[in-house]
Design a protein around this ligand. Sequence first.
Ligand code: GTP
Ligand code: IMP
Ligand code: MG
Length: 338
Amino acid sequence: MTCTIIVGGFFGDEGKGKIVAHIAHQDNPTIIARGGVGPNAGHTVQVGDRQYGVRMVPSGFVYPDARLCIGSGVLVDPRVLLNELDTLDAHRRCFVDFRCGIIEEEHILRDKASDHLRETIGSTGTGCGPANADRVMRTGRLARDLPELQPYLLDVPAAVNAEIENGNSVLLEGTQGFGISLYYGTYPYVTSKDTSASQIAADIGVGPTVIDDVVVVFKAYPTRVGEGPFSTEMSHDESTALGLQEFGTVTHRERRIGAWDGEMARYSAMINGCTQAAITGIDKVDHACAGVTEFRRLSPRAKEFLRDAEADIGRPITLISTGPELSQIIDLRAEYCT
Ligand code: GTP
Ligand code: IMP
Ligand code: MG
């Protein structure tokens, strides 16, 4: 039974949602809790023909047998949350820590009206930066103050740690990615909080000594939305020629696309304390690998890419995603089991 953290190794949108959903179905966690900034995140999970996009509810929701928790470090936009709970019919199994910070309409207005945040940084306009600023100034509201959130309130760390004590598996999901961490990313072109595994543990209230695994998710072709340096960025013509266009889940902005960045992968694996890595988008390295579920069926080109990426990361690549759909994955974790 394990306590696993899943975080993004590049600039966000690495496909953490899909990896979390897969691990959940394999490991049968009793709780899936999310950390990270707030509704600036957009996780996509595709099951069969159905595609879901979630911003507040943990992306493990497609696994039906776990309680879904939002950790105290996360900012909650009650409008977004209650909407998603309606859409997903998840009212009875989703819980919010009573200490979560709240995004109010006014935070969204401030985010959108600020030239600095919207234009210079390229924020998502979801109110996260201003709400975290108020939280730091100790003027913000908390989840426990809102009547509409009363039915969902929980002491999330107590619930998560009780499951761990009882020998059950729990999944702690991160959002955003290493390159947009307030501490370790390309400041000032970053989000309003650290995004590394230690922060995700703190967001959910789990101490470092009880974490068994840190899965860092990298995408074969990293992407970045918003402004800021991106050393391996390709020209638009180059990425289009490779068929690599992507659009954001939250803002629908076109994502900037780059080539694999080995140096960043290694540094990010170090700061995250990576124990295993997941690589998404192997079908983009070689279209012949789309939907493959066995390692031996990958093409020589894909295997070479993975060998080089593993050398960069310095940790085993145990999950290889070969397409957006939940079942399109190669899971080698059992082979690396200690
Ligand atoms: P943030 O928390 O916002 O950082 O998002 P995320 O890491 O959950 O990723 P997001 O869902 O925003 O973006 C990943 C995109 O890649 C989605 O459209 C996924 O459906 C898609 N995706 C995930 N894995 C694969 C894969 O192996 N191949 C392809 N082609 N697409 C994938
Ligand atoms: P903010 O978090 O909305 O303030 O945005 C700050 C920067 O982080 C901008 O460049 C955003 O595009 C980026 N960002 C925030 N959340 C995500 C995410 O979930 N995925 C990718 N980029 C993000
Ligand atoms: Mg996303």
